[in-house]
Ligand binder design. Sequence first.
Ligand SMILES: *[C@@H]1O[C@H](CO)[C@@H](O)[C@H](O)[C@H]1NC(C)=O
Ligand SMILES: *[C@@H]1O[C@H](CO)[C@@H](O)[C@H](O)[C@H]1NC(C)=O
Length: 195
Amino acid sequence: MPSVQTMAQARRVALTLCVVLLVLSVAGRGAEAASYNVGNSAGWDLSADFPSWLNGKTFYVGDDLVFQYSRYHTLAEVDEAGFKNCSAADALLSRSDGNTTVQLTAPGDRYFVCGNKLHCLGGMRLQVLVTEPPAPAGAPAAAAPQGNPGAAAGPGTDGDGDAGVPRLFFGGSHRAAVGPLLLSTWLCAFIAVLV
Ligand SMILES: *[C@@H]1O[C@H](CO)[C@@H](O)[C@H](O)[C@H]1NC(C)=O
Ligand SMILES: *[C@@H]1O[C@H](CO)[C@@H](O)[C@H](O)[C@H]1NC(C)=O
């Protein structure tokens, strides 16, 4: 039989975990914009590996790209053709200040090259796909099935009643925002019942 002290310690650990999870999930919902330092420590430079840098990143409307570069380089935003042929001739934006922040204001592809064609051919080009952020509208959607226990009482009544459940758990963009909060809320409720 576990000692009273061990039980108290276990409860403390569980409650701490629950609070940390709640804080993290609330913070995660609030983190709507991110700022990316392009190329990490290498910056906007020939030595950076931009395909690797892009790996696993998802860019949302509202995020920022920060380009930091030496006086040997410039930053040009171009169209798809300019990206493919490394031409900054028709640049939409040209900067040479060494520290340029670009706001991702709309969904779609954005293309960046170094104004020096040889540097672009050497790897200084970046294509970024910007997507709409996960809808915070997921929060009200989560409240509806929870506050409607009557739906669970009638498994025979398919139709509209079930539509909310798949949408809640498998609904693409909603899932990311709602999942952690739901999970930590359930965990905290479970622990509260035990204590
Ligand atoms: C390269 O792209 C630029 C920018 O869109 C365009 O003006 C130019 O005609 C293209 N050059 C070639 C050879 O495709
Ligand atoms: C780059 O510019 C941003 C503001 O746009 C500033 O906060 C940051 O300190 C600058 N970084 C460097 C290295 O100059």
